[in-house]
Ligand binder design. Sequence first.
Ligand code: PHE
Length: 452
Amino acid sequence: SAGSKITINGVEYETHPEFTNVSGTIHNLCDRSLHLKPSHPIGIIRKLIEDKLNSTSDAYSIYSNFKPVVTVEENFDSLGFPNDHPGRSKSDTYYVNDKHLFRTHTSAHEMECFQNIKAPRNVTGSGTRTSKPGFLISADVYRRDEIDRTHYPVFHQMEGAHIWTRSKETLKEGQEPTHIQKLRAELEAIEKQLQGESMKLQVEDDTSLEGNPKQDYMSDLEVELCSQHLKRSIELVVAQVFNKKVESMGGAAKDPVLPVRWVKAYFPWTAPSWEIEVFWQGEWLELCGSGIVREQVLLNAGYEHNSTIGWAFGLGLDRIAMLLFEIPDIRLFWTHDDRFHSQFEEGKISKFKPYSKYPGTTRDVAFWLPDDQTCKVIHENDLMEIVREMAGDLVESVKIIDDFTHPKTKKRSLCYRINYQSMDRNLTNDEINAIQESVGNELVDKFKVTLR
Ligand code: PHE
């Protein structure tokens, strides 16, 4: 309601009657900082990647304390998201008010970190003065989404970026500009390191820029070197992390080979852009989005036109951690159960041993949507949110099992199956019935549906 306030991580915000949609669940999860726990799978992976990327030349400042509430400007505008981009919608994003939201990706901090490279100062994220040419940001990110074993409203990303200042010296015949020489030398160092890794990658690299154009302000050579620097840096991380996994499995193959491929992608703040996919256990897994930073982002951060080139990537930590530690359900990351936490050790990838599989139970909720045009239209993520609020981590998945429109009345009916199951204990019928009833009541209250 108008004039009311909420406090998040010690900061007070005005709520907004139309925008505010932060739930209690989110409020409770936003200070857990799993990525900072040294022996939590998310923290272990984060540290491995940071150390690996900094092993070549210590080029990256580390930021891991950014608070999750950012401005719409930081999360979307500064990165060139169009006004009608679906990511901005209230059905996909948790808004604190019309100007603040829970970051949906770590790219929200790119601007600030680019500014820090240009004008080093003490910053909240790192506490150190920095003038390294690159940065790595790890943080929790928030998205309204479906509920199943791989989706949770909070997950973790690592953002990486590296820039080069263009040199403007007068060149002698046959001499290359300093930044080109630097790029070449750094690229060579990374390539050498890659060759020394015991895990070999079989890389399918889509280098054609058809439908994935470069920016005019960069030369072909700059795009070429910058893209290779980006791709080889990420390949180095992949080789390291997956090799650790293979080793932990008993080092099955002597010289393991991992197929990876670079696929064209689109992000509003990079051009050209790619995603890297890794072939693991019979499936192509999408690991990370990336690209050459659009100059507009650098201009927004205070850089001069034509002065700077660079790349950025954003990597999801939870999915890699689930796969490497063989964690079957994303909720386990959030449990307080020591039978989970005692299994992991800093710097080590180990297979998760399920301590027990507690039985689950399902309940269906079926309802008619209202024909009253004046009520709020329910989005599937709204239903997910209600279940999450009522059931907490006792819900494993929610799936639509029926959707039909009555031929005569034209009324539409939906039915969702809710799978209740706890990671830590047995559930009683009474508690599930009570939760299920409150889910129904909330749906009626908030969205004027008629339960069937
Ligand atoms: N932020 C993007 C995502 O969440 C990933 C990305 C980061 C892509 C940086 C390009 C550059 O999907």
